[in-house]
Design a protein around this ligand. Structure first.
Ligand SMILES: Nc1ncnc2c1ncn2[C@@H]1O[C@H](COP(=O)(O)OP(=O)(O)OP(=O)(O)O)[C@@H](O)[C@H]1O
Ligand SMILES: [Mg+2]
Length: 231
């Protein structure tokens, strides 16, 4: 579904992404693991078009989208939940969810309330301002807002970062449900290794802008891998 070939992304003259390629299949979860500053966020921003790789191509459902703007990539079904969530603090939960419809292919006036089956906590908070929610609730809102647009691919940048354990469990349950439904592929960037390992079909280890290991995320998480990611 998503094919990235040989991305090279720079900040000024700093060469950050050094030839990254990835292939995400429909309905699967691909986990990108890596320590701080390795280029994970830079990669996701390059996929959604917020950064322009100097080299490389990107295809989505067979279509070359290398020259597509960010809004066009959202419209064809690529949703992005940035690190630190970035919901609108001054808008209500309801208004935040309505904004998610901008990416919806049919632009309906209302969002599908089945989103509250995944995130029941949001249903009781519709009138509250996003800014008064806890960090974990904001993360849930950010994911819900992305889902309201009916994406085919969901990019999640460290959804467990700074989130309390009980809500991490809720988020994991949501991702399991999405995986079971099978209608959305997920590219999951994480430093919480066990969380990503449990959920992912394939894993990619990112070090200094390169994938230095990749494979099926099966069985127990490899201890050598663990050491490499926590060193
Ligand atoms: N706007 C920027 N201008 C210049 N350099 C940047 C910018 N943003 C990030 N970098 C650098 O690019 C590299 C990759 O950063 P990036 O944010 O992609 O890493 P990351 O893997 O997402 O890290 P973290 O786990 O801390 O979120 C780092 O060395 C960082 O300092
Ligand atoms: Mg990051």
């Amino acid at each position: 579904m998503l094919q990235v070939e040989n991305f090279h992304t720079f900040y000024g003259e700093s060469h950050i992404l050094r030839g990254l390629s990835i292939d995400v299949r429909p309905g699967e979860i691909a986990g990108i693991l890596g320590r701080n500053g390795m280029g994970k966020t830079t990669f996701l921003k390059s996929i959604v078009g917020l950064l322009r790789p100097r080299e490389g191509r990107i295809r989505f459902e067979g279509q070359d989208i290398t020259r597509f703007r960010t809004e066009a990539r959202a419209k064809i079904g690529i949703a992005y939940v940035p690190q630190g969530r970035e919901i609108f603090p001054q808008l209500s939960v309801h208004e935040n969810l309505l904004l998610g419809l901008e990416a919806h292919p049919d632009r309906p006036g209302k969002y599908d309330e089945s989103v509250f089956d995944l995130f029941p906590v949001l249903k009781d908070m519709l009138k509250r301002k996003g800014g008064v929610l806890s960090g974990g609730q904001q993360q849930q809102l950010a994911i819900a807002r992305a889902l309201v647009g009916r994406p085919k691919l969901l990019l999640l940048d460290e959804p467990t970062e700074g989130i309390q354990p009980s809500i991490i469990i809720d988020i994991e349950n949501v991702l399991w449900q999405l995986k079971e439904r099978g209608d959305v592929g997920i590219l999951l960037v994480e430093q919480y290794l066990e969380f990503a390992w449990r959920l992912s079909d394939r894993y990619y280890v990112m070090e200094k802008g390169e994938f230095t290991a990749e494979g099926e995320a099966e069985g127990e998480c490899d201890t050598a891998l663990l050491a490499r990611l926590t060193a």
